[in-house]
Design a protein around this ligand. Structure first.
Ligand SMILES: [Mg+2]
Length: 220
């Protein structure tokens, strides 16, 4: 297909943030006496909002109120991302070479979206009004709200767009919005078997490297 609009997820698609943020969560939880390894947090919560993650972990562990967890994690995560965040290999070149309209639909908060894109130099590929946060929508992914918001803003139908996603949460949201999705496996946190999970959630195909993305989109 030749889409009019490509909708990129941020964490795990454009920036390699999932390990960094999971390590922050794990460290902050340890301070409350709760031991959960970063990989276990990624398996359960990748693609979810920090708020929903904090609510689940606060209810399960009783270690601290969700709001206290969130404040601690946000402060440490923004430091870690400022220092260590990197773009995923080839993301900048692929964005520069893509002839399609593009936007970001992310379950991260608006400040983190902007900070992450700026730190990695990817902000130049997106207009300010092309950044959509699930935190600001009525419902975050896996609900379709931010994908539908992006389609409406660009005046593009769901069949003329493509979503690039690394999480089951995001692929589920794309499916609910009626937009075909490509499962991206190029982030450092992606484990064996994850591609199968994305296909089962509704991804139309899998891509491992940004260098192959344009060809994959056209082959959809
Ligand atoms: Mg993601």
């Amino acid at each position: 297909m030749t889409p009019e609009l490509v909708i990129y997820d941020l964490d795990g698609v454009l920036v390699d943030s999932e390990w960094l943020v999971a390590e922050v969560w794990s460290t902050e939880l340890a301070a409350y006496g709760v031991e959960i390894a970063p990989i276990a947090l990624i398996e359960r919560f990748a693609g979810k909002t920090d708020t929903s993650m904090a609510e689940v972990l606060a209810a399960e562990t009783g270690a601290a109120p969700a709001r206290a967890m969130l404040e601690a994690v946000h402060a440490s995560a923004s430091e870690a991302l400022k220092t260590n965040l990197q773009a995923i290999d080839g993301a900048g070149d692929a964005l520069a070479a893509s002839p399609f309209l593009k936007c970001v639909c992310s379950n991260s908060g608006p400040d983190r979206i902007r900070a992450s894109l700026t730190k990695t130099g990817l902000h130049r590929h997106f207009e300010e009004e092309a950044l959509f946060s699930g935190v600001e929508a009525a419902n975050p992914k896996p609900h379709p709200d931010i994908h539908l918001q992006a389609l409406a803003q660009f005046g593009v139908g769901p069949g003329a767009a493509v979503v690039i996603e690394d999480s089951v949460t995001g692929v589920t949201a794309a499916r609910a919005a009626g937009v075909p999705s490509i499962g991206f496996l190029g982030a450092s946190h992606i484990a064996d078997g994850h591609g199968q999970a994305l296909l089962e959630a509704g991804a139309a195909m899998l891509v491992e490297r940004h260098a192959d993305m344009l060809q994959a989109i056209c082959a959809l």
